[in-house]
Write a protein that binds this ligand. Structure first.
Ligand code: SF4
Length: 114
């Protein structure tokens, strides 16, 4: 599997292969790239950002996952966000959805809303 490390602007091209002893990563210029390659190969995750509706208001509330979630859950999460309406006020860091889609990760507000 070929990957570009996205942890810094250098963008090292990684080659990840499965070996008898586990997962081998080549092409990284630092340890972060090796970790990224292993994680992307075994359990790829991403942060999810989005907007939720605010009852009685036109302006939506921006939100994000507190931690990265499995890539396979992104579609389900974005659908849930599209169908979520919250009541104001909200503050940065407020939990909007607890344990979103069973990931163990919360959706939190990224802006204040009064
Ligand atoms: S492997 Fe290290 S140096 Fe290369 S892109 Fe990733 S973080 Fe940057």
């Amino acid at each position: 599997m070929k990957l570009i490390c996205i942890n810094c602007p250098r963008g090292c091209e990684l080659s990840v292969t499965e070996t008898d002893g586990g997962i081998s990563v080549e092409g990284h210029a630092c340890p972060r790239g090796e970790t990224y390659g292993r994680d992307e190969y075994s359990v790829p995750v991403r942060m999810v950002t989005g907007l939720v509706k605010v009852a009685g208001a036109r302006r939506p509330l921006p939100v994000k996952t507190r931690q990265p979630v499995p890539k396979g859950k992104i579609y389900e999460i974005t659908n849930l966000l599209a169908n979520t309406t919250v009541l104001p006020p909200k503050s940065i860091g407020d939990v909007i959805i607890d344990n979103v889609c069973g990931t163990g990760v919360d959706i939190v507000a990224t802006a204040n809303y009064s």
